[in-house]
Design a protein around this ligand. Sequence first.
Ligand SMILES: [Zn+2]
Ligand SMILES: [Zn+2]
Length: 410
Amino acid sequence: MRAEMKDETQPSLNNGTFTQYFSTSRFSSLLATKDRDFLISPTGAQVKVADVEGKIVGLLFAANWYPPCRNFTQMLVDIYEELRKSISDFEIVYVSSDEDLDAFHSFYGHMPWLAIPFSDLETKKALNRKYDVEGIPCLVILQPNDNKEDSTLRDGAELIYRFGVRAYPFTKQRLEQLQMEERQKHENQTLTNLLTNHLRDYVPVACLVGKTIGLYFSAQWCVPCVKFTPKLISIYHKIKQSLGEKGEQQEDFEIVLISNDRDQQSFDSYFGSMPWLALPYGDSEIKKLARHFDVQGIPCLVIIGPNGKTITRHGRNLINLYQEDAYPFTDAKVEALEKQIEEEAKGLPRLVCHEGHRHDLNLVSDGNGGGPFICCVCDEQGSSWAYQCLECGYEVHPRCVATVDPDRRR
Ligand SMILES: [Zn+2]
Ligand SMILES: [Zn+2]
């Protein structure tokens, strides 16, 4: 990073006509060239780069062909419009990685802020290089009148996901303050302050206090969600059944759907397939909860313990790895399960003939050629022990192996 800062003193983007002007105007040196002293606006009008001097400027690196950029941009539009209602010292400039002018126009058509002209490849490239942009969407936030760049934030996208409009004015101090508030909120978290409203079907939240609760962030338009839901339903019933068999209260475990569905009808049909509770469609708590738990992708299953504190945000992985045995999802339980698998693996053969694969499969573990994988039989995640084909990387759970006589293998 230090080497890069040195580079910034060199007039890499510009030279000539505007040099003297650039030396005092930070954004011009970044966003203009010797032939162009303007940005474009959504109406197609030219806006002088000088007009953004003195503002907080977010550089949005994105492209229409990458779905996460489209989602992020939609979120950013809402935040931008909300901020601009009361704040005029904030601007966003789109730095496009679209593949052609048509794609640029169609994507930029959804944005209410400024853009570097699509044709100016040089400036776009230089900005990407300068800010080390490795993945999109990326939002770099520049503070006005800061020549040392100490206050430039490169993880603006992360901040927007986590804090929304609260991230304004995007300074390091603001960020520290938000992080402290966040820590306090998690320390003081209770089920009642998470789910203050009534749940659908009017189950008072008070009835869930003291129980292990899964908050299931999901939506019917999301393919992985629709795939995971039936599995979660089956595991949910099995957990309840096993609580009953152990003489414990079946009500000690509950799931609450936190839906991200786009209309009441899809919510109704999706929730209609589920045996648990839900926050009402469109409830104002939903966005707050997603932020609170930093939910960046769905499906996501957050587990809240009987004391109201978060046990894990990775309930989905634990369900995939351990099915109903994952309950109650605590560190102690996961450790015990890992040990148990370790023990069971000791009794497994080193080499098997599996009916679904033409080569022999070797038993591998974390430290021994294995690691997190997707099982080729059941399509679910696995970790630690696996049977792996050393020739083609084919990998399956030990539980998914169907051994056959080597001669009868397909
Ligand atoms: Zn499997
Ligand atoms: Zn193979």
